[in-house]
Design a protein around this ligand. Structure first.
Ligand code: DAH
Length: 360
């Protein structure tokens, strides 16, 4: 038969066990506890309460014994159990209150702000140089009565080539090899595609520019990038001639680089224009004398242009007997690189903040 335990002894043992474990929670004079430590201590104190006052605690077990001790000892024993329980409860509550007050103070301190500390200014962003350039170009053409078209970057062969008078097998397709997506679709290699969309949407007459991204399967080097920016221009109406083209682009460079800027048209070939011309403008830096920026020639290339080919008008359901028009295509990033004298066009696409920050 197991030895009968002495209930009174049990209670004393329970109290001693509690006292031992409780020692570390005596925080009087320990107001320097960190917020984190105080929070952890409060958590541990909750566990201590469960252990010593909970359903499975020694005190709970002793309470059940009260009815079983001999009648003459019962009152004294009951009192002992009760006193022990309330003494443990009191100790825990005191410690809890102390910890809570420490936590409260630490939180308030953490959340208080020193209004005398200089503020941290949020870093302000700014527009990318290509965007700035694009906006300048847009402003000029809008003031000349042109609409700005924003069109798709994924195209069919029809819009990128056929409708622009570049049938399958035409050598002009080669230098414009691009990236193919799903069957029958590819990233556009030129913004000339928007000429067709714009005429289909608006009919004639139409005046529009279309700035946007184009893609080509080029190996990146200082003057090439597989993705770059062009702006297309199209003006179709009754009686439009080459003189309108020359006058419009002359006005454009006057407004972009200054009224002293001259233009030069060199005969060229593009499948979608006839006749076609390459456009140059006199160097904005040396005025035509020759310098590093224009590579001593006095001229800088602006882009391609010409009178819209009748086949292109037809492909977009515009009657070439009734309407004529001119078109042009300029490189936005190329112009940007010239103006800012960048040795490497790829700088515009790497998004290195140290570089971009210079164009605020
Ligand atoms: N699409 C041509 C290219 O990417 C540029 C161009 C040339 C556009 C002549 C035109 C144009 O509208 O008339 O090289």
């Amino acid at each position: 038969m197991p030895e009968e335990k002495d209930p009174t002894q049990e209670v004393t043992t329970a109290l001693n066990a509690f006292a031992q474990e409780f020692q570390r929670f005596d925080v009087s004079g320990r107001g320097d506890l960190s917020l984190k430590t105080a929070e952890a201590e409060l958590e541990a104190l909750r566990d201590l309460r469960t252990k010593h006052l909970g359903k499975k605690s020694a005190i709970a077990a002793s309470k059940k014994l009260i009815g079983r001790v001999p009648a003459d000892e019962r009152a004294a024993f009951g009192q002992l159990v009760q006193q022990t329980e309330s003494s443990i409860t009191q100790s825990i509550s005191d410690a809890e209150a102390a910890l809570k007050s420490i936590i409260e103070k630490a939180r308030t301190a953490r959340e208080s702000i020193d209004v005398t500390i200089p503020g941290r200014r949020p870093r302000q962003g700014h527009l990318h140089p290509i965007t700035l350039m694009r906006q300048r170009i847009e402003e000029i053409f809008v003031s000349l009565g042109y609409a700005v078209e924003d069109d798709r970057e994924i195209e069919t062969d029809f819009y990128n080539f056929d409708a622009l008078n570049i049938p399958e097998g035409h050598p002009a397709r080669d230098p414009q090899d691009t990236f193919y997506t799903t069957e029958g679709f590819a990233l556009r290699s030129q913004t000339s595609t928007v000429q067709i969309h714009a005429m289909q949407r608006r009919g004639a007459p139409v005046r529009m520019i279309a700035p946007g991204r184009v893609f080509r399967r080029d190996t990146p080097d200082p003057t090439h990038n597989p993705m770059f920016f062009q702006v297309e221009g199209l003006c179709v109406d009754r009686g439009i001639t080459m003189a309108h083209l020359k006058g419009t682009l002359a006005e454009f460079v006057h407004r972009l680089f200054g009224p002293e800027t001259r233009t030069r048209f060199r005969p060229s070939y593009f499948p979608f224009t006839e006749p076609s011309a390459e456009v140059d403008y006199s160097c904005f830096n040396c005025g035509g004398d020759g310098c590093r920026i224009c590579k001593s020639s006095g001229w800088i290339e602006l882009g391609g242009s010409g009178m819209v080919h009748p086949n292109v008008l037809r492909a977009a359901n515009v009657d070439p007997e009734d309407f004529t028009g001119f078109a042009f295509g300029l490189g936005i990033d190329r112009t940007c690189a010239r103006i800012y004298q960048l040795d490497d066009i790829r700088l515009l696409f790497e998004n290195d903040v140290r570089f971009l920050e210079q164009f605020r």
